[in-house]
Design a protein around this ligand. Structure first.
Ligand code: MRU
Length: 347
Protein backbone atom coordinates (compact mmCIF):
# COMPACT_ATOMS: atom_id res chain seq x y z
CA UNK A 1 0.00 0.00 0.00
CA UNK A 2 1.19 3.55 -0.74
CA UNK A 3 2.54 5.19 2.44
CA UNK A 4 0.99 8.65 2.22
CA UNK A 5 2.20 9.62 5.68
CA UNK A 6 3.66 7.77 8.62
CA UNK A 7 5.04 8.36 12.07
CA UNK A 8 8.71 7.39 12.14
CA UNK A 9 11.44 7.61 14.79
CA UNK A 10 12.89 10.62 12.95
CA UNK A 11 9.65 12.55 12.43
CA UNK A 12 6.49 12.48 10.30
CA UNK A 13 7.25 11.26 6.81
CA UNK A 14 5.14 12.30 3.81
CA UNK A 15 5.22 11.30 0.18
CA UNK A 16 5.65 14.63 -1.63
CA UNK A 17 2.45 14.90 -3.67
CA UNK A 18 3.60 18.08 -5.40
CA UNK A 19 6.29 16.02 -7.18
CA UNK A 20 4.09 13.15 -8.38
CA UNK A 21 3.71 11.52 -10.84
CA UNK A 22 7.25 11.95 -12.15
CA UNK A 23 9.19 11.85 -8.87
CA UNK A 24 8.47 9.64 -5.87
CA UNK A 25 10.20 11.51 -3.07
CA UNK A 26 9.57 11.85 0.65
CA UNK A 27 9.72 14.74 3.11
CA UNK A 28 10.30 14.22 6.85
CA UNK A 29 8.99 16.88 9.22
CA UNK A 30 10.61 17.25 12.62
CA UNK A 31 8.52 20.18 13.89
CA UNK A 32 4.82 21.03 13.93
CA UNK A 33 5.57 24.20 11.95
CA UNK A 34 6.95 22.01 9.16
CA UNK A 35 3.80 19.85 9.29
CA UNK A 36 1.70 23.01 8.97
CA UNK A 37 3.77 24.03 5.93
CA UNK A 38 3.38 20.67 4.17
CA UNK A 39 -0.40 20.83 4.69
CA UNK A 40 -0.58 24.42 3.39
CA UNK A 41 1.68 23.68 0.40
CA UNK A 42 -0.18 20.46 -0.46
CA UNK A 43 2.75 18.10 -0.05
CA UNK A 44 0.00 16.24 1.80
CA UNK A 45 -3.60 16.87 0.79
CA UNK A 46 -7.00 15.22 0.78
CA UNK A 47 -9.33 15.62 3.76
CA UNK A 48 -8.65 12.39 5.72
CA UNK A 49 -4.88 12.64 5.15
CA UNK A 50 -4.97 16.24 6.38
CA UNK A 51 -6.83 15.08 9.52
CA UNK A 52 -4.24 12.44 10.33
CA UNK A 53 -1.40 14.86 9.48
CA UNK A 54 -2.91 17.37 11.93
CA UNK A 55 -2.96 14.70 14.66
CA UNK A 56 0.64 13.75 13.95
CA UNK A 57 1.66 17.43 13.81
CA UNK A 58 0.20 18.01 17.27
CA UNK A 59 1.94 14.89 18.60
CA UNK A 60 5.23 16.08 17.10
CA UNK A 61 4.90 19.56 18.59
CA UNK A 62 4.16 18.10 22.01
CA UNK A 63 7.20 15.76 21.76
CA UNK A 64 9.37 18.81 21.12
CA UNK A 65 7.89 20.82 24.00
CA UNK A 66 10.26 21.68 26.82
CA UNK A 67 7.40 22.41 29.24
CA UNK A 68 8.15 21.24 32.76
CA UNK A 69 4.58 21.23 34.04
CA UNK A 70 1.19 20.35 32.55
CA UNK A 71 -0.12 23.89 32.44
CA UNK A 72 2.92 25.00 30.38
CA UNK A 73 2.39 21.92 28.18
CA UNK A 74 -1.23 22.93 27.70
CA UNK A 75 -0.21 26.39 26.61
CA UNK A 76 2.21 24.79 24.10
CA UNK A 77 -0.66 22.55 22.95
CA UNK A 78 -2.80 25.62 22.29
CA UNK A 79 -0.19 27.37 20.19
CA UNK A 80 0.62 24.18 18.22
CA UNK A 81 -3.10 23.63 17.55
CA UNK A 82 -3.53 27.24 16.43
CA UNK A 83 -0.68 27.00 13.92
CA UNK A 84 -2.00 23.76 12.42
CA UNK A 85 -5.63 24.96 12.37
CA UNK A 86 -4.63 28.02 10.31
CA UNK A 87 -3.46 25.98 7.31
CA UNK A 88 -6.56 25.06 5.26
CA UNK A 89 -10.15 25.98 6.18
CA UNK A 90 -12.45 23.68 4.22
CA UNK A 91 -11.67 20.06 5.13
CA UNK A 92 -13.30 19.59 8.51
CA UNK A 93 -10.99 16.60 9.15
CA UNK A 94 -8.21 19.07 10.03
CA UNK A 95 -10.25 20.40 12.97
CA UNK A 96 -11.53 16.91 13.80
CA UNK A 97 -7.91 15.69 14.06
CA UNK A 98 -6.91 18.55 16.37
CA UNK A 99 -10.10 18.07 18.44
CA UNK A 100 -9.35 14.40 18.91
CA UNK A 101 -5.84 15.18 20.15
CA UNK A 102 -7.27 17.84 22.46
CA UNK A 103 -9.76 15.33 23.94
CA UNK A 104 -6.91 12.88 24.52
CA UNK A 105 -4.79 15.57 26.12
CA UNK A 106 -7.69 16.65 28.38
CA UNK A 107 -8.18 13.07 29.55
CA UNK A 108 -4.49 12.86 30.59
CA UNK A 109 -3.92 16.13 32.35
CA UNK A 110 -3.24 14.52 35.72
CA UNK A 111 -0.61 12.16 34.27
CA UNK A 112 3.18 12.74 34.14
CA UNK A 113 4.46 14.61 31.06
CA UNK A 114 6.35 11.66 29.49
CA UNK A 115 3.16 9.61 29.70
CA UNK A 116 1.11 12.38 28.03
CA UNK A 117 3.68 12.68 25.26
CA UNK A 118 3.67 8.93 24.58
CA UNK A 119 -0.13 8.74 24.65
CA UNK A 120 -0.50 11.54 22.08
CA UNK A 121 1.83 9.74 19.68
CA UNK A 122 -0.22 6.57 20.15
CA UNK A 123 -3.44 8.51 19.53
CA UNK A 124 -2.11 9.93 16.25
CA UNK A 125 -1.02 6.45 15.15
CA UNK A 126 -4.45 5.10 16.10
CA UNK A 127 -6.08 7.75 13.90
CA UNK A 128 -3.88 6.56 11.03
CA UNK A 129 -4.87 2.91 11.49
CA UNK A 130 -8.55 3.74 11.97
CA UNK A 131 -8.64 5.78 8.78
CA UNK A 132 -7.40 2.83 6.73
CA UNK A 133 -9.97 0.53 8.41
CA UNK A 134 -12.74 3.09 7.75
CA UNK A 135 -11.78 3.26 4.08
CA UNK A 136 -11.85 -0.51 3.76
CA UNK A 137 -15.30 -0.62 5.39
CA UNK A 138 -16.48 2.17 3.07
CA UNK A 139 -15.15 0.14 0.17
CA UNK A 140 -17.19 -2.90 1.21
CA UNK A 141 -20.40 -0.84 1.49
CA UNK A 142 -19.80 1.21 -1.63
CA UNK A 143 -18.74 -1.65 -3.93
CA UNK A 144 -22.34 -2.88 -3.94
CA UNK A 145 -23.33 0.36 -5.71
CA UNK A 146 -20.77 0.09 -8.48
CA UNK A 147 -21.81 -1.32 -11.86
CA UNK A 148 -20.74 -4.88 -12.77
CA UNK A 149 -18.74 -3.44 -15.64
CA UNK A 150 -18.06 -0.19 -17.45
CA UNK A 151 -16.95 3.35 -16.78
CA UNK A 152 -16.90 5.04 -13.38
CA UNK A 153 -15.93 8.69 -13.30
CA UNK A 154 -14.11 10.35 -10.41
CA UNK A 155 -12.99 13.91 -9.80
CA UNK A 156 -9.84 15.04 -7.97
CA UNK A 157 -7.99 12.42 -5.92
CA UNK A 158 -9.89 10.63 -3.17
CA UNK A 159 -7.51 7.72 -3.10
CA UNK A 160 -4.75 6.26 -0.94
CA UNK A 161 -2.87 9.54 -1.37
CA UNK A 162 -5.76 11.55 0.09
CA UNK A 163 -6.08 9.30 3.15
CA UNK A 164 -3.92 7.17 5.44
CA UNK A 165 -4.37 4.45 2.80
CA UNK A 166 -6.78 2.67 0.40
CA UNK A 167 -8.89 5.78 -0.26
CA UNK A 168 -12.53 6.79 -0.03
CA UNK A 169 -13.89 7.08 -3.59
CA UNK A 170 -10.95 5.06 -4.95
CA UNK A 171 -11.40 2.66 -2.01
CA UNK A 172 -14.92 1.97 -3.29
CA UNK A 173 -13.53 1.38 -6.78
CA UNK A 174 -10.69 -0.81 -5.42
CA UNK A 175 -13.17 -2.92 -3.43
CA UNK A 176 -15.43 -3.31 -6.47
CA UNK A 177 -12.46 -4.43 -8.58
CA UNK A 178 -11.37 -6.84 -5.81
CA UNK A 179 -14.89 -8.33 -6.00
CA UNK A 180 -14.37 -8.98 -9.70
CA UNK A 181 -16.24 -6.03 -11.17
CA UNK A 182 -14.79 -4.90 -14.49
CA UNK A 183 -14.46 -1.20 -13.92
CA UNK A 184 -12.74 1.33 -16.13
CA UNK A 185 -12.03 4.59 -14.32
CA UNK A 186 -12.42 7.97 -16.02
CA UNK A 187 -10.29 10.42 -14.04
CA UNK A 188 -11.05 14.11 -14.48
CA UNK A 189 -7.69 15.87 -14.68
CA UNK A 190 -8.96 18.39 -12.08
CA UNK A 191 -7.67 21.82 -12.92
CA UNK A 192 -5.95 23.79 -11.56
CA UNK A 193 -3.90 21.49 -9.28
CA UNK A 194 -4.28 18.39 -11.46
CA UNK A 195 -4.94 15.91 -8.64
CA UNK A 196 -6.82 13.66 -11.09
CA UNK A 197 -4.20 13.37 -13.81
CA UNK A 198 -1.16 13.47 -11.51
CA UNK A 199 -2.34 11.49 -8.48
CA UNK A 200 -5.47 9.43 -9.24
CA UNK A 201 -3.99 8.14 -12.49
CA UNK A 202 -0.66 7.41 -10.75
CA UNK A 203 -2.14 5.31 -7.99
CA UNK A 204 -4.62 3.46 -10.20
CA UNK A 205 -1.84 2.62 -12.67
CA UNK A 206 0.18 1.18 -9.77
CA UNK A 207 -2.82 -1.07 -8.97
CA UNK A 208 -3.34 -2.04 -12.60
CA UNK A 209 -6.89 -0.61 -12.66
CA UNK A 210 -7.74 0.53 -16.21
CA UNK A 211 -7.85 4.32 -16.23
CA UNK A 212 -8.48 7.04 -18.79
CA UNK A 213 -7.62 10.65 -17.97
CA UNK A 214 -9.89 13.29 -19.44
CA UNK A 215 -9.75 17.06 -19.11
CA UNK A 216 -12.57 18.37 -16.93
CA UNK A 217 -14.52 19.81 -19.86
CA UNK A 218 -14.81 16.35 -21.47
CA UNK A 219 -16.92 14.83 -18.67
CA UNK A 220 -20.28 15.82 -20.19
CA UNK A 221 -19.38 14.38 -23.58
CA UNK A 222 -18.28 11.08 -21.99
CA UNK A 223 -21.60 10.85 -20.15
CA UNK A 224 -23.59 11.63 -23.30
CA UNK A 225 -21.72 8.89 -25.16
CA UNK A 226 -22.82 6.38 -22.50
CA UNK A 227 -19.31 5.72 -21.25
CA UNK A 228 -20.05 6.48 -17.59
CA UNK A 229 -22.23 4.17 -15.47
CA UNK A 230 -21.63 5.83 -12.11
CA UNK A 231 -19.73 8.66 -10.49
CA UNK A 232 -17.96 8.44 -7.14
CA UNK A 233 -16.11 11.30 -5.47
CA UNK A 234 -14.77 12.14 -2.01
CA UNK A 235 -15.63 15.10 0.20
CA UNK A 236 -13.91 17.71 2.32
CA UNK A 237 -16.91 18.48 4.46
CA UNK A 238 -20.49 17.24 4.44
CA UNK A 239 -23.07 19.43 6.15
CA UNK A 240 -25.92 18.02 8.26
CA UNK A 241 -28.36 18.35 5.34
CA UNK A 242 -26.09 16.35 2.99
CA UNK A 243 -24.61 19.29 1.03
CA UNK A 244 -21.09 18.26 -0.02
CA UNK A 245 -18.00 20.46 -0.24
CA UNK A 246 -15.45 18.83 -2.51
CA UNK A 247 -12.84 19.81 -5.07
CA UNK A 248 -13.82 22.65 -7.40
CA UNK A 249 -15.66 21.19 -10.39
CA UNK A 250 -17.52 18.52 -8.41
CA UNK A 251 -20.72 20.58 -8.58
CA UNK A 252 -20.53 20.67 -12.38
CA UNK A 253 -20.05 16.89 -12.50
CA UNK A 254 -23.07 16.36 -10.22
CA UNK A 255 -25.34 18.46 -12.43
CA UNK A 256 -24.11 16.67 -15.55
CA UNK A 257 -24.81 13.36 -13.80
CA UNK A 258 -28.38 14.43 -13.00
CA UNK A 259 -28.98 15.51 -16.61
CA UNK A 260 -27.76 12.12 -17.89
CA UNK A 261 -29.52 10.02 -15.23
CA UNK A 262 -26.22 8.69 -13.83
CA UNK A 263 -25.92 7.99 -10.07
CA UNK A 264 -23.63 10.41 -8.25
CA UNK A 265 -22.10 8.94 -5.07
CA UNK A 266 -19.99 10.57 -2.38
CA UNK A 267 -17.69 8.41 -0.22
CA UNK A 268 -16.45 9.90 3.04
CA UNK A 269 -15.65 8.83 6.61
CA UNK A 270 -17.50 10.25 9.59
CA UNK A 271 -14.51 12.51 10.28
CA UNK A 272 -15.65 14.45 7.17
CA UNK A 273 -19.28 14.79 8.27
CA UNK A 274 -19.92 18.01 10.11
CA UNK A 275 -23.31 17.78 11.78
CA UNK A 276 -22.66 21.15 13.45
CA UNK A 277 -22.83 22.86 10.06
CA UNK A 278 -26.48 22.91 8.96
CA UNK A 279 -25.96 23.35 5.20
CA UNK A 280 -23.35 23.99 2.54
CA UNK A 281 -23.71 27.78 2.59
CA UNK A 282 -21.93 27.80 5.97
CA UNK A 283 -18.88 25.82 4.75
CA UNK A 284 -15.79 28.06 4.41
CA UNK A 285 -14.28 27.77 0.95
CA UNK A 286 -10.51 28.09 0.66
CA UNK A 287 -9.23 30.59 -1.90
CA UNK A 288 -5.79 29.64 -3.12
CA UNK A 289 -2.99 31.53 -4.83
CA UNK A 290 -3.95 32.76 -8.32
CA UNK A 291 -0.64 31.41 -9.62
CA UNK A 292 -2.14 27.90 -9.53
CA UNK A 293 -4.49 29.10 -12.30
CA UNK A 294 -2.22 31.45 -14.20
CA UNK A 295 0.74 29.05 -14.46
CA UNK A 296 1.06 25.45 -15.56
CA UNK A 297 4.34 23.74 -14.61
CA UNK A 298 5.89 27.15 -14.02
CA UNK A 299 4.84 28.59 -17.39
CA UNK A 300 2.53 31.60 -17.50
CA UNK A 301 -0.72 30.86 -19.35
CA UNK A 302 -2.69 34.09 -18.93
CA UNK A 303 -1.82 37.70 -19.66
CA UNK A 304 -0.27 39.86 -16.95
CA UNK A 305 -2.74 41.74 -14.78
CA UNK A 306 -5.91 39.79 -15.68
CA UNK A 307 -8.24 39.04 -12.80
CA UNK A 308 -8.29 35.42 -11.63
CA UNK A 309 -10.38 33.42 -9.17
CA UNK A 310 -9.16 30.26 -7.48
CA UNK A 311 -11.70 28.75 -5.08
CA UNK A 312 -10.33 25.32 -4.18
CA UNK A 313 -13.75 23.77 -3.49
CA UNK A 314 -17.41 24.04 -4.42
CA UNK A 315 -20.59 22.83 -2.74
CA UNK A 316 -22.85 20.26 -4.37
CA UNK A 317 -26.41 20.52 -3.03
CA UNK A 318 -27.69 17.34 -1.40
CA UNK A 319 -30.43 16.99 -4.04
CA UNK A 320 -27.81 15.90 -6.59
CA UNK A 321 -26.26 13.26 -4.30
CA UNK A 322 -27.66 9.75 -4.88
CA UNK A 323 -26.05 8.33 -1.71
CA UNK A 324 -23.31 9.05 0.82
CA UNK A 325 -21.10 6.03 1.48
CA UNK A 326 -19.58 5.98 4.98
CA UNK A 327 -17.72 3.38 7.02
CA UNK A 328 -20.92 2.83 9.01
CA UNK A 329 -23.17 2.24 6.01
CA UNK A 330 -24.88 4.06 3.16
CA UNK A 331 -26.93 7.20 3.81
CA UNK A 332 -29.68 8.31 1.44
CA UNK A 333 -31.98 11.29 1.30
CA UNK A 334 -33.29 12.80 3.57
CA UNK A 335 -29.73 13.20 4.84
CA UNK A 336 -30.78 15.20 7.91
CA UNK A 337 -32.11 11.97 9.38
CA UNK A 338 -29.96 9.31 7.68
CA UNK A 339 -26.63 10.92 8.63
CA UNK A 340 -27.74 11.47 12.22
CA UNK A 341 -28.92 7.90 12.59
CA UNK A 342 -25.62 6.53 11.19
CA UNK A 343 -23.79 8.88 13.58
CA UNK A 344 -25.39 6.95 16.42
CA UNK A 345 -24.40 3.58 14.91
CA UNK A 346 -21.35 1.74 16.24
CA UNK A 347 -18.92 0.64 13.57
O1 MRU B 1 -7.19 20.43 -2.34
P1 MRU B 1 -7.16 18.95 -2.04
O2 MRU B 1 -6.32 18.18 -3.00
O3 MRU B 1 -6.80 18.69 -0.59
O4 MRU B 1 -8.66 18.49 -2.24
C1 MRU B 1 -8.97 17.14 -2.10
C2 MRU B 1 -10.38 16.82 -2.41
O5 MRU B 1 -11.18 17.66 -2.74
C3 MRU B 1 -10.80 15.39 -2.18
O6 MRU B 1 -11.78 15.02 -3.08
C4 MRU B 1 -11.34 15.26 -0.76
O7 MRU B 1 -10.45 15.79 0.17
C5 MRU B 1 -11.64 13.86 -0.41
S1 MRU B 1 -10.20 12.91 -0.21
C6 MRU B 1 -10.60 11.37 0.34
Amino acid sequence: MIQTLEWTSSGVRFIDQTKLPTEETYVTCTTHQQVADVIRNMVVRGAPAIGVAAGMGVALGIQNSEASNVSALESDFNSIAEIIAATRPTAVNLFWGIRRMRDKFDSLKCRPIPEIKAALVEEAQRMHAEDIAANQAMGRHGATLMPERGGVLTHCNAGALATAGYGTALGVIRAAVEQGKKIHVYADETRPFLQGSRLTAWELMKDGIPTTVISDNMAGAMMKQGKIGAIVVGADRIAANGDVANKIGTYTVAILAKEHGIPFYVAAPFSTIDLATPDGSKIPIEQRNSKEVTHIAGRQMVPDGVSVENPAFDVTPAKYVSAIITERGIARTPYETSLRSLDRTDR
